[in-house]
Design a protein around this ligand. Structure first.
Ligand code: FAD
Length: 476
């Protein structure tokens, strides 16, 4: 195997000069895809810009991550890592309050609130143990193409840009997160939705109280006229407290109040549910800000490459769906690449399956998040009106189909409109009956949605987990 030999402050390091699969980025999408492919015996190199453990936002996980982490073989490590078990969510939504309780597994919690630096490191180390060549502190700077197909990458050491190398590959998984190497530098095909043009501002507190109601370890979500707060208790003794608000009102208030910190604190004062939790607490970090606009690339896959996790699409954090989408897309992508490399399906078939399946999962959640915002009883507030899917959103993303799949997926009823009414009623608090779309974000529900059985095939293919991770053809 060819190797790029680099002299770094006297320490020689070698990164392969070629690999079957190059994964860019070692977040949940990258390490899951890389680990699953290495487990199947493929030769995988993963290049990660940072040295882990590195900070990342996105701490509240859904139970739907569990099946993928089990397939990867990392679930026992996650369960033993000492993270805060997450019993569900508690909502203060306009004048209403309600809770979502996740079903625990027989062996304990199905979901966790995680310190992401620790969680992501655990996944990356696991990928390394499965045989992935992992290089940290290495930034992919440039991709080379043969026609439309990426075939090689040039990298540099992040802290020593003079140290550089080149790696050739057969397949590329771009899991570079919101930076999105392929989508932003080469494909330039990211579309931002009209909805969810929001800004998030958050910091960490010690000494916060636990919520006195709802499931243990729940995420607290509390609305304001111009946005909402999350409160996530973490096992390191801190609580993550974040504000999500509209871009324009955020900028205007920042001008009026003079700083981001002032906007954050002013909003906290307006939010009794969360400020009560912080009565005796101390803010221990500055306020971080992210424009958490929602977007999707026009294409999730093309010749020789797949976009996974946030590199493909991003959704407003209201329902904590990011890590679920990252790990789910990694599972789909690993099954697709593995089957292509083994000659079981053509690249075109596998890519079509991947792109359609990941987009459906994303759009279904997009509809759910929007429906949730729509349920807020306070439509006089611009923020909530701005979260309704616009005509352009509906047209551009085939959201009507996504909506139909979403509602029919909930209850397997034929009458989508009837289910929609029931979903809305439930969210509005008028009924406590099933189906509960939020509690349904659990592993069983997500499994039912996923093409894991021949009858659930998409584009004639489904994912089989046994005896190996692969795409299989549905008979007929
Ligand atoms: P990332 O985790 O971002 O990983 C990408 C990796 O690629 C990074 O480590 C980066 O260093 C590396 N990289 C980038 N460019 C290069 C390059 N050129 N070369 C090499 N490496 C590179 N999700 C949840 O599930 N729950 C939540 O509660 C939640 N809250 C959120 C709140 C906010 C405000 C935001 C913005 C997001 C939130 N999310 C949440 C979303 C979640 O953070 C992401 O969806 C998730 O991290 C996506 O994982 P990923 O692996 O695709 O990308």
């Amino acid at each position: 195997m060819a190797g790029a030999r680099c002299q770094t402050t006297g320490v020689e390091s070698v990164i392969r000069g070629s690999a079957q699969i190059l994964v860019v980025g070692g977040g949940p999408a990258g390490s899951t895809a890389a680990g699953l492919l290495a487990k199947e015996g493929f030769q995988v190199t993963l290049l990660e810009r940072e040295h882990f453990p590195r900070y990342h936002i996105g701490e509240s996980l859904l139970p739907s991550c569990r099946p993928v982490l089990e397939t990867l073989g990392v679930w026992p490590k996650v369960a033993a890592a000492g993270f805060q078990p997450k019993g569900g969510a508690y909502y203060f939504w306009g004048p209403e309050e309600w809770e979502v309780r996740f079903k625990p597994g027989q062996d304990g919690s199905n979901a966790w609130q995680v310190v992401r630096s620790e969680f992501d490191q655990l996944l990356l180390e696991h990928a390394r143990e499965l045989g992935v060549e992992v290089a940290e502190g290495v930034t992919v700077r440039r991709l080379e193409f043969a026609g439309d197909r990426p075939v090689a990458a040039t990298w540099t050491r992040t802290r020593e840009p003079e140290v550089t190398g080149r790696i050739e590959f057969d397949y590329l998984v771009d899991a570079s997160g919101r930076g999105g190497v392929m989508a932003t530098r080469y494909l330039k095909n990211r579309r931002f939705h009209n909805v969810f043009r929001n800004v998030a501002a958050w910091s960490y507190w010690t000494g916060a109280s636990q919520l006195d109601r709802g499931p243990a370890g729940a995420i607290t979500v509390a609305s304001l006229p111009h946005g909402w707060f999350w409160g996530i208790p973490l096992n390191d003794g801190t609580t993550s407290i974040g504000l999500v608000t509209g871009r324009d009102s955020f900028n205007q208030r920042r001008r009026e109040l003079g700083s981001i910190q002032a906007v954050y604190h002013d909003s906290l004062r307006e939010c009794k549910a969360v400020s009560d939790l912080l009565a005796d607490a101390k803010q221990v970090t500055g306020v971080s800000v992210e424009q958490d606009y929602s977007y999707a690339s026009d294409r999730f896959a093309g010749p020789g490459y797949l976009l996974a996790g946030d590199a493909a699409c991003f959704l407003d954090p209201l329902l904590s769906t990011g890590v679920h989408l990252a790990t789910y897309s990694a599972l789909l992508g690993a099954a697709a690449i593995g089957s292509v490399l083994r000659g079981e399906v053509t690249e075109d078939e596998a890519w079509e399956f991947y792109a359609v399946t990941y987009r459906r999962a994303y759009e279904r959640l997009l509809v759910l998040v929007s429906t949730f915002y729509e349920s807020y009883r306070g439509k006089e507030y611009h923020f909530y009106r701005a979260q309704e899917l616009s005509e352009r959103d509906w047209e551009g993303l085939d959201l009507q189909a996504a909506f139909d799949r979403f509602v029919t997926g909930l209850a397997d009823l034929d009458d989508a409109q009837q289910v929609y009414q029931r979903v809305k009623q439930h969210i509005l608090g008028a009924s406590s009956g099933d189906p509960n779309p939020l509690a349904n974000l659990n592993r069983d529900h997500e499994r039912r949605q996923a093409p894991l059985r021949p009858e659930k095939a998409i584009e004639g293919l489904y994912v089989s987990l046994e005896p190996r991770l692969a795409l299989r053809r549905a008979a007929g």
